[in-house]
Unconditional design. Structure first.
Length: 320
């Protein structure tokens, strides 16, 4: 397949590397003045991997879109709307859009597929999401994992799963687009909370965080019209090891740095996602104590120990 990957950061470059590795014709597209693009264009390397010469590296967005059967987007989720406003100027009929970001639009509370749906006719331009666990540092070392592709279009997601599955990544067919997107986005918020626990030397509480976090997000998914069991699948609980424990997790590292009073400069999607999920919880009347605690620490200036103390010392209630 002719595939263009828009975005050449950590995950975007890994996707391009992976899809080339399994035999597709891949173009990696980035912004001409972005440091990560310049590095890839000049050296075919970044901090995580080395591109083979079979991958085309370009900053020409029009060319990237025209050549592609499948357009994969891997950028910061909060920039998707403005980025897609540029993409939608070109003819997208007959192409498939695959979103490889995990977030919810903070200003509207919309899932990312909903944002794209405002720009395209999904009968002509199907939209899918690619979610689940994994780090580039593991994939380039040949360590396998499992992921999910979901879409409202069954034929499209089935084709993508068949085309993208390999010994390195086994893909599953998602059956709940709402749950897949919300679960994938929410695990980053739980990841920040886990990092805060690490930063306060409360790491032993991460087991409780995992159990209650999954239950909390299941309630939200159900309220939004999805299947609450999705929270227990690869999109959310299945991604906890990579997000709540890994030394490579940006969200966990952000939370730990925040708790220690240090500055973390890399992208942590869970920051703005906490704002979006807090908004959704208020709108739909869903109790989201972990999301609320992270949100209040990050945006209201609530003391971390006070917030976490309130979280784990709540009034007596049944577990289920």
């Amino acid at each position: 397949m002719n595939i263009s990957v828009l975005g050449c950061g950590r995950w975007g470059s890994c996707i391009a590397w992976y899809l080339d590795k399994i035999g597709h014709n891949v173009l990696s597209c980035g912004l001409a003045d972005a440091p990560e693009f310049i590095q890839l264009k000049e050296t075919y390397k970044n901090d995580y991997l080395t591109f083979p010469k079979s991958i085309e590296v370009s900053s020409n967005l029009e060319h990237a879109i025209e050549r592609a059967e499948v357009i994969i987007i891997s950028i910061s989720s909060q920039y998707l709307r403005s980025y897609f406003a540029d993409i939608s100027k070109y003819n997208l009929d007959g192409k498939t859009i695959v979103l490889c970001m995990k977030g919810v639009e903070a200003t509207t509370g919309k899932r990312l597929s909903e944002v794209v749906g405002e720009f395209v006719d999904e009968c002509k331009t199907p939209v899918a999401v690619w979610v689940g666990p994994g780090h580039p540092q593991d994939y380039v070392r040949g360590i396998p994992n499992c992921m999910v592709i979901d879409s409202n279009n069954h034929e499209v997601k089935e084709k993508l799963v068949n085309e993208f599955t390999s010994d390195l990544i086994r893909f599953y067919l998602g059956t709940d687009l709402i749950g897949s997107e919300i679960g994938a986005a929410a695990k980053n918020v739980i990841g920040i909370a886990a990092g805060m626990l690490d930063g306060l030397n409360y790491t032993s509480l991460k087991g409780a965080l995992m159990a209650r976090g999954t239950r909390e997000i299941a309630r939200l998914i159900k309220a939004l019209g999805g299947n609450e069991m999705s929270a227990y699948g690869l999109c959310h609980l299945g991604d906890y090891e990579a997000t709540l424990f890994s030394k490579w997790s940006h969200n966990r590292m952000y939370g730990e740095s925040f708790a220690k009073g240090d500055r973390f400069t890399k992208l942590a999607e869970g920051v703005m996602t906490s704002k979006a999920l807090y908004k959704l919880g208020q709108e739909y009347g869903v109790d989201l104590p972990i999301v609320e605690s992270v949100y209040k620490v990050l945006f209201d200036g609530t003391d971390i120990k006070e917030a976490l103390g309130t979280l784990f010392m709540r009034s007596v209630k049944k577990e289920f």
